[in-house]
Ligand binder design. Structure first.
Ligand SMILES: CC(C)(COP(=O)(O)OP(=O)(O)OC[C@H]1O[C@@H](n2cnc3c(N)ncnc32)[C@H](O)[C@@H]1OP(=O)(O)O)[C@@H](O)C(=O)NCCC(=O)NCCS
Length: 239
């Protein structure tokens, strides 16, 4: 469970992996770096604790950080392994998180110092919140949630596991976003009520810029204002 009220303390022998050195990974790494500097102020020591991990790296280094294969990360000895997965594909994210947990690594939540979190939230492990995103109050969020920059989740929302928000997503109060849903950039979801929340179904995709006024069925892609199903969808998860 993540708490923004408790300063996390990591052991001296902690090492930290960001899975994925692609676009999102390169955005997330400096957030984690800044977060860890509060505990490990020696920058050169910290540089040796932070890695990108890829299944089969095509480069040894990205943006000054080593890129190591997963096998090497999970085989490290005499250290405590921490990881998060900066990969938008939620199924890949789940598979990696399960391999890491089975391999003895622990999830680390990555929360920008420019993000805001309110009161009485219940947030599970593996959170990534980018700059200027806001989780207000009385919100529940499942495992390995991603909020890119400038997004918000308002009061009384319930967000499932492995949910992904693109940049500038607006989720108003009393909305339920089920597991593995993907909400595209600048989408807006109308507020629901306690009795009748708006529900974004499991595995649904809300296209960029959509204005969602009604429930979205599971595994459906919606676009437009008001949002309507997009026929003949391709696999969107690597977009
Ligand atoms: C909705 C989405 C998943 C559809 O992807 P896709 O299945 O590859 O769809 P295509 O690009 O083939 O487009 C299919 C049709 O839908 C239209 N369309 C696609 N996305 C749309 C959107 N967000 N709003 C309105 N229309 C859209 C296209 O113009 C096209 O119309 P046409 O058939 O008349 O030419 C994708 O466009 C999208 O919005 N992804 C989210 C991207 C995002 O937010 N990225 C954040 C990166 S951090």
């Amino acid at each position: 469970m993540y708490s923004n009220r408790i300063q996390q303390a990591y052991p001296d022998n902690g090492v930290f992996a960001v899975y994925g050195a692609g676009g999102f990974g390169r955005e997330v790494m400096p957030i984690l770096h800044e977060q860890l500097l509060r505990q490990y102020p020696n920058i050169s020591e910290l540089k040796n604790k932070l890695f990108f991990v890829e299944t089969s790296p095509s480069k040894n280094e990205v943006n000054g950080y080593k890129v190591i294969p997963e096998a090497d990360f999970l085989a490290m000895k005499d250290v405590e392994l921490y990881f998060n997965v900066a990969i938008a594909d939620s199924q890949v994210r789940q598979a990696i998180s399960e391999r890491c947990l089975n391999g003895g690594a622990k999830p680390i939540s990555i929360v920008s110092s420019d993000a805001r979190l309110g009161d009485e939230n219940e947030i599970q492990d593996g959170l990534i919140i980018c700059p200027y995103s806001i989780i207000t109050s009385n919100v529940k969020i499942g495992r390995f949630f991603h909020a890119y920059m400038l997004s918000y989740v308002a009061h009384d929302c319930v967000i499932g596991d492995f949910v992904t928000f693109g940049p500038r997503v607006s989720i108003n109060g009393n909305v339920r976003v089920k597991d593995h849903a993907y909400i595209g950039a600048s989408a807006v979801i109308k507020q629901g009520t306690k009795e009748n929340p708006i529900i974004i179904g499991e595995g649904a995709t809300v296209g960029m810029g959509a204005v969602v006024t009604k429930d979205v069925p599971a595994n459906t892609v919606v676009v437009g204002n008001p949002a309507r199903p997009l026929e003949n969808k391709r696999d969107h998860r690597s977009l």
